[in-house]
Design a protein around this ligand. Structure first.
Ligand SMILES: NC(=O)C1=CN([C@@H]2O[C@H](COP(=O)(O)OP(=O)(O)OC[C@H]3O[C@@H](n4cnc5c(N)ncnc54)[C@H](OP(=O)(O)O)[C@@H]3O)[C@@H](O)[C@H]2O)C=CC1
Ligand SMILES: CC1=C(/C=C/C(C)=C/C=C/C(C)=C/C=O)C(C)(C)CCC1
Length: 336
C-alpha cells in the first residue's frame, strides 16, 4: 500500500515536473527566429489582421521586437487599443526599440479598424491605408472565426467563409498594388490542418442548404490554401511572395464558440495548458514566413513548425483554385 502511494506520488511529481519543464523550455525555444537579429525588420511595415488576440498579438509583439512598424487591423477598437498599450509596455520593459520615425517607424504600433465581416469596412480600411501608408512590406492574413453558430456577414455570406476567406480575399486584392510597389514584399496566410476535412462545394458556398460548423471552418481553411496557391501563380515575377501555414493547436480565444460544461472546464484548461502551444510558440511559423531571409523568394508553399509540408491533392487542385478565385471576385464585387 505504502509502495503504491509512493509510486503514485512520484508519478504525479514527475508529471508535474515534465509539464513545468515543457512550459519553461518552450518559452525559451520561442525566440529563436530572428532572436539574434533585433534589427531584422527595421524599415518594414507589417499589417496583421486580428492582431489584438492570440496568434496575431504574439506575431505583432515579436515583429515589433524585431524593429517593424506594425499596423493592427482589428474589428474592435477598444480591444485593439488595450492590446496595443500592453504590447508597448511589454516592449519597453524588454528594452526593445523605442518608436522611431527615423528608422521607418521602428517599434511603432498603429491601430486601425477592420471588420472582415463587412466588405464596406474592408474597403474603407484599405482606402485609408492606401492614403496614409507609402509602403507595405508584409501582409499577414491571420484573423479568423472558428465553428460559430450559423451567422451571416453584413453582405450575407456564411460567417466563417466570409471572414476567413472572402474578407481577406478583398483585403489582399485591394492592397496588392501597394505590396507590388513595395517589393520585395510578402503575404502570409494563416490556415489550419483542419483544411483536410473541407471541400469547396460551389453549389452551396453560403451554406443555405445545410450548415455544419466544423465543415464550414475546414472549408474556409481549404479556401485559404487554394487562394494562396492561385495568388502565388498570379504573382510570379513580381517579387511579391505568398505562403500559407498551420500553427498547430494553440491556446487562444479561438475556441470561444465551443461549449464546454462548467465542471469539465478546469480539466480542459489544465489539458490545454499542458499540451497546447502558447500563442508565441504557435506564432513562430507566421514570424518566420514574415521575416526570415531563409524564405526569400519562396512562394505558394505550405508550412508548419517553420518547415515546408506536403498538401493533400485537393489543396493543390488548380482548376478548383481558379474557379474559387473567379467566384470570390464576383462575391466581393471586384467583378460583376
Ligand atoms: N488556435 C489554434 O489552435 C489555431 C488557430 N488557427 C488560425 O489562427 C488564426 C488566429 O486565431 P487565434 O489567434 O487562434 O484566435 P483568436 O480568437 O485569439 O484570434 C482571432 C482574431 O481574429 C479576429 N477576428 C475575428 N473575426 C473578425 C472579423 N470579423 N474582423 C476582424 N477580425 C476578426 C479576432 O478579433 P476579436 O478579438 O475582436 O474577436 C481576433 O483578433 C485564425 O485564422 C485561426 O483559424 C489555425 C489552427 C489552429
Ligand atoms: C484553450 C481553451 C479553449 C479551447 C480552444 C480550442 C479547442 C481551440 C481549437 C482550435 C483549433 C484546433 C483550431 C484549428 O484550426 C476553450 C474551449 C475556449 C476553453 C478555454 C481554453
Amino acid at each position: 500500500m505504502a509502495v503504491a502511494t509512493a509510486a503514485a506520488l512520484l508519478a504525479a511529481l514527475g508529471g508535474a515536473l515534465w509539464l513545468a519543464t515543457r512550459r519553461f523550455v518552450g518559452s525559451r525555444v520561442q525566440r529563436l527566429h530572428g532572436g539574434g537579429n533585433p534589427g531584422l525588420m527595421h524599415g518594414k511595415t507589417v499589417l496583421i489582421t486580428g492582431a489584438n488576440s492570440g496568434l496575431g498579438r504574439a506575431t505583432a509583439a515579436e515583429l515589433l521586437r524585431l524593429g517593424a512598424r506594425v499596423i493592427m487591423g482589428c474589428r474592435d477598437r477598444a480591444r485593439a487599443e488595450e492590446a496595443a498599450s500592453q504590447l508597448r509596455r511589454e516592449l519597453r520593459e524588454a528594452g526593445g526599440p523605442e518608436p522611431s520615425p527615423d528608422v521607418g517607424g521602428a517599434g511603432e504600433l498603429v491601430v486601425k479598424e477592420l471588420d472582415l465581416a463587412s466588405l464596406r469596412s474592408v474597403r474603407a480600411f484599405c482606402q485609408e491605408l492606401l492614403q496614409e501608408e507609402p509602403r507595405l512590406d508584409v501582409l499577414i492574413n491571420n484573423a479568423g472565426v472558428f465553428q460559430c453558430p450559423y451567422m451571416k456577414t453584413e453582405d450575407g455570406f456564411e460567417m466563417q467563409f466570409g471572414v476567413n476567406h472572402l474578407g481577406h480575399f478583398l483585403l489582399t486584392s485591394l492592397l496588392l498594388g501597394l505590396l507590388k510597389s513595395s517589393a520585395p514584399s510578402r503575404i502570409v496566410v494563416v490556415s489550419s490542418k483542419l483544411y483536410k476535412y473541407g471541400e469547396i462545394n460551389f453549389e452551396d458556398l453560403n451554406s443555405e442548404q445545410s450548415y455544419n460548423k466544423s465543415f464550414c471552418y475546414s472549408r474556409s481553411k481549404l479556401a485559404n490554401i487554394l487562394f494562396t496557391r492561385e495568388l502565388a501563380r498570379r504573382l510570379e515575377g513580381t517579387n511579391v511572395t505568398v505562403n500559407v501555414l498551420h500553427p498547430g493547436i494553440v491556446r487562444t480565444n479561438l475556441g470561444r464558440h465551443i461549449h464546454i460544461p462548467l465542471l469539465v472546464k478546469p480539466l480542459f484548461n489544465l489539458v490545454s495548458w499542458a499540451f497546447f502551444k502558447t500563442p508565441l510558440e504557435g506564432a513562430q511559423t507566421s514570424i518566420y514566413l514574415a521575416s526570415s531571409p531563409e524564405v526569400e523568394g519562396v512562394s505558394g508553399r505550405y508550412f508548419g513548425d517553420c518547415k515546408e509540408e506536403e498538401l493533400l491533392p485537393k489543396a493543390m487542385d488548380e482548376s478548383v483554385a481558379r474557379k474559387l478565385w473567379d467566384i470570390s471576385e464576383v462575391m466581393v464585387g471586384i467583378l460583376k
